[in-house]
Ligand binder design. Structure first.
Ligand SMILES: *[C@@H]1O[C@H](CO)[C@@H](O)[C@H](O)[C@H]1NC(C)=O
Ligand SMILES: *[C@@H]1O[C@H](CO)[C@@H](O)[C@H](O)[C@H]1NC(C)=O
Ligand SMILES: *[C@@H]1O[C@H](CO)[C@@H](O)[C@H](O)[C@H]1NC(C)=O
Ligand SMILES: *[C@@H]1O[C@H](CO)[C@@H](O)[C@H](O)[C@H]1NC(C)=O
Ligand SMILES: *[C@@H]1O[C@H](CO)[C@@H](O)[C@H](O)[C@H]1NC(C)=O
Length: 229
């Protein structure tokens, strides 16, 4: 009795799985057509004549126009965030460097951190390339340079990679781009003594390992919105 009951339950769940799969695929396709349809439409209706701005923003824009443009940018801007020409020199590592050839440049710069590094590298290069002859980048998806959550072994390993990266790059200036998740962990066991907090100790340890390889300064760029605060 018990056996057959659990068997029919299993069968029921199997059926459910199939219908859920079909539903998911259907909804996904509909969503895709609905959202990408806007983009397709946009490319064919962008015949707005004599625009003074390339982004298509007009002084008389309505909220609906803003909404439509926002959707369009969300779907198409990502490629615009990528600066080509980052050279991979270290096998097995995702870091790479932009060699900026023009003369009269002073600094070697390293930018590193979680995926925010990659999201901001083009903007960073636009602002800072005129002062640097080499910008080395290490962007690690989902892991922070200063601390890792206890259950994220891969991020624990990347803590060492961040040190190795700075060791190999030896920059004049380093910029850390990150949104802080692991470092925002609350105190454990009601212990509010910062000096004995394990996250704090891990962060200090990372900083101490970074600084010998940075000739002038390490800048830590804080991101909003913050987590856990
Ligand atoms: C766009 O500008 C050109 C040149 O100034 C003008 O000849 C043309 O009529 C304009 N088109 C529209 C739709 O205003
Ligand atoms: C805004 O101006 C453009 C051209 O100047 C015109 O084509 C468009 O219809 C206007 N939109 C609104 C909402 O008035
Ligand atoms: C450099 O490495 C990244 C990440 O491993 C890879 O996606 C990219 O294609 C590589 N670029 C070149 C030019 O080999
Ligand atoms: C730029 O930095 C990378 C990584 O440290 C290094 O391999 C490369 O030789 C540097 N290039 C120049 C021109 O300094
Ligand atoms: C932390 O403190 C609160 C209130 O003082 C208490 O209820 C709780 O049990 C404490 N938790 C631990 C892990 O000691």
């Amino acid at each position: 009795m018990h056996f057959s009951e659990s068997k029919s339950f299993r069968c029921f769940f199997k059926l459910l799985n199939i219908s859920i799969t079909i539903l998911v695929i259907t909804f996904f396709s509909i969503n895709f057509i609905l959202t990408r349809g806007d983009v397709i439409q946009e490319t064919y209706t962008s015949n707005t004549p004599n625009l003074t701005r390339l982004d298509g923003v007009l002084p008389n824009m309505t909220y609906d126009d803003a909404d439509r443009l926002n959707v369009y940018w969300q779907q198409t801007d990502l490629n615009g965030l990528i600066e080509p020409g980052c050279i991979n020199r270290t096998n097995g590592k995702v870091w790479c460097d932009f060699e900026l050839q023009e003369k009269g440049k002073d600094f070697k710069i390293a930018i590193f951190g979680n995926s925010l590094t990659f999201n901001h590298h083009k903007m960073f290069l636009q602002e800072c390339r005129h002062r640097s002859y080499n910008v080395t980048m290490y962007s690690e998806c989902g892991c922070e340079p200063l601390a890792a959550l206890p259950d994220e072994d891969h991020c624990k390993r990347h803590l060492l990679d961040f040190v190795d990266f700075l060791k190999s790059a030896k920059p004049d200036y380093a910029f850390m781009f990150t949104r802080f998740f692991a470092t925002g962990s609350p105190f454990e066991n009601n212990n509010t003594d910062l000096e004995t907090d394990s996250t704090y100790k891990e962060m200090m340890n990372q900083i101490e390992q970074f600084t010998p390889y940075i000739k002038k300064k390490l800048y830590i760029l804080d991101a909003f919105p913050r987590t856990n605060s």
